[in-house]
Write a protein that binds this ligand. Structure first.
Ligand code: SDX
Length: 426
């Protein structure tokens, strides 16, 4: 709380209606409107929550104008360069980077909980082989609510921490199984001789008839993708997880709701949409037509992978992943891939186009992550599933923060524009 107030003038200009101003550690202050309805009989109106702080949080901070992203205060550029995914996961979930002993214990917890219950594997057989991996993940993660009867008192810290670890530990196997099942290959189990990121690759691409050899360049690339996608403050899917958690729903059901929200093409589904768009464009020569469509007010077409609700400068994650994408393409001998040529030309044109400059539409992380994942062998239908594996850390971190805060149920109001009271006369 600060000693500053915003004065709300309603009708009588002389009346004083002070609203407290709340200050965070950094970022915009907030007008505390919690008493507005009771005291003034007024609601605030902010569909899309562009100007609304839905909660207070100490996990991630974004400055859209500076292109700044901090996980627990550390710049994403430093974490991406100096940490592995396990360390970043510990930082987000527990507030601090782990020392050697804490890291070893955290990694052991992840190894102890990364297997899927044999009956969970039977859920996959209920899906068609061509089911979208996100449809499978929504179903399987939600179904985990039916397991772990031993520790379902989510008001107890121990049960909260166990559920959080179980979700982070199991998500790579859940995602990989949705791919191998669709490919008609046997579902693979984690190999605890590998680190978290490499284990995900072996479950995705390993074959039962030959040993899986980890390519360290690809392992580093998938680890970077997971670090960059781990959390992003109150984005749509995290807000969904928080809303579900506020009702007291169990964490598996909350994350199933988050996965469903992430699937949308305006959110985590954008990386898959970027690849479909680039494939549809086909060659750099067709880019001017596409850019023209993107600028046409009457055309719903959006340039996928461009723009962001918060970053009105550049997405710092895009700058980091762009370099790795070029390195991996070169490592794989794909530096002349038509897809990358089209992407780089689209990026060049969009960044020099008056419309995109004026609307501050820069490439976001999804613009490059799809190209990188495709080069690594992930089918485009798996891109958002990879995003979900990474964002599970952010989702459970916000779930833990909300549980520890003792948050009441979220219940937004509305500006009603329907019929006034009328009598039913038959
Ligand atoms: C993610 O929230 C998060 O943090 C999300 C995320 C995370 O880590 O969780 O960062 C992950 O979702 C990244 C964003 C991925 N989505 C896409 O790449 C899809 C394409 N982008 C657009 O759908 C759009 O940019 C949004 C949804 C991302 C952001 O939209 P905004 O900020 O709400 O902007 P808007 O839709 O109100 O558009 C503002 C103007 C509009 O023009 P006007 O009506 O003002 O004339 O910009 C235009 C839009 O038409 N515009 C675009 C555009 N994005 C916005 N025009 C063409 N192509 C685009 N991509």
């Amino acid at each position: 709380m600060s000693n500053q107030f915003a004065n709300l003038v309603v009708g009588d200009a002389s009346a004083q209606n002070p609203l407290p101003i709340l200050k965070g550690t950094i970022g915009p202050d907030a007008v505390d409107v919690r008493a507005l309805l009771d005291k003034q009989g007024l609601l605030t109106f902010d569909p899309g929550f562009r100007s609304t702080a839905s909660c207070q949080s100490a996990i991630t901070y974004i400055d859209g104008d500076k292109g700044q992203l901090l996980y627990r205060g550390y710049p994403i550029e430093q974490l991406a360069a100096q940490c592995n995914f396990d360390e970043v996961a510990h930082l987000l979930m527990h507030g601090e980077l782990p020392n050697a002993e804490e890291l070893a214990s955290f990694q052991q917890d992840l190894r102890d909980h990364n297997l899927l219950h044999d009956q969970v594997l039977s859920f996959y057989r209920g899906f068609r082989r061509d089911a979208h991996p996100m449809a499978v993940m929504v179903g399987v993660v939600g179904a985990l609510s039916a397991f772990y009867q031993d520790s379902q008192d989510y008001n107890r810290d121990a049960d909260q921490q166990k559920a959080a670890i179980r979700l982070v530990a199991k998500m790579p196997a859940i995602a990989a199984a949705s791919f191998t099942y669709s490919a008609g290959r046997p579902i693979r189990h984690p190999d605890n001789s590998l680190d978290y990121a490499s284990n995900f690759l072996q479950m995705m691409f390993g074959k039962p008839n030959e040993p899986y050899i980890v390519d360290p360049v690809l392992a580093k690339a998938i680890e970077l993708i997971m670090i960059l996608h781990a959390d992003h403050e109150q984005n749509a899917s995290t807000s969904t997880v928080r809303m579900a958690a506020s009702s007291g729903a169990n964490p598996f059901a909350c994350l199933s709701a988050g996965i469903a929200t992430l699937w949308g093409p305006a959110h985590g589904g954008a990386n898959e949409a970027v690849l479909l768009m680039l494939e549809e464009i086909g060659s750099p020569e067709r880019i001017p037509d596409v850019v023209k469509r993107a600028k046409d007010k009457n055309d719903p077409f959006r340039l996928m992978g461009f723009g962001h609700r918060v970053y009105k400068n550049y997405d710092p994650r895009a700058a980091i992943i762009r370099d790795t994408t070029l390195n991996v393409l070169s490592h794989l001998g794909m530096e002349n891939s038509p897809l990358m040529a089209t992407a780089l030309e689209l990026e060049r044109i969009a960044l020099s186009d008056e419309y995109f400059i004026k609307k501050k539409l820069y490439p976001n992380v999804d613009f490059y992550s799809g190209i990188l994942l495709r080069a690594m062998g992930f089918p485009s239908r798996m891109f958002t599933a990879v995003f979900a594996v990474a964002r599970t850390v952010g989702w459970v971190s916000h779930w833990l923060e909300l549980k520890q805060e003792g948050h009441g149920i979220d219940r937004p109001r509305q500006l009603y524009t329907g019929p006034t009271p009328r009598q039913l006369e038959r």
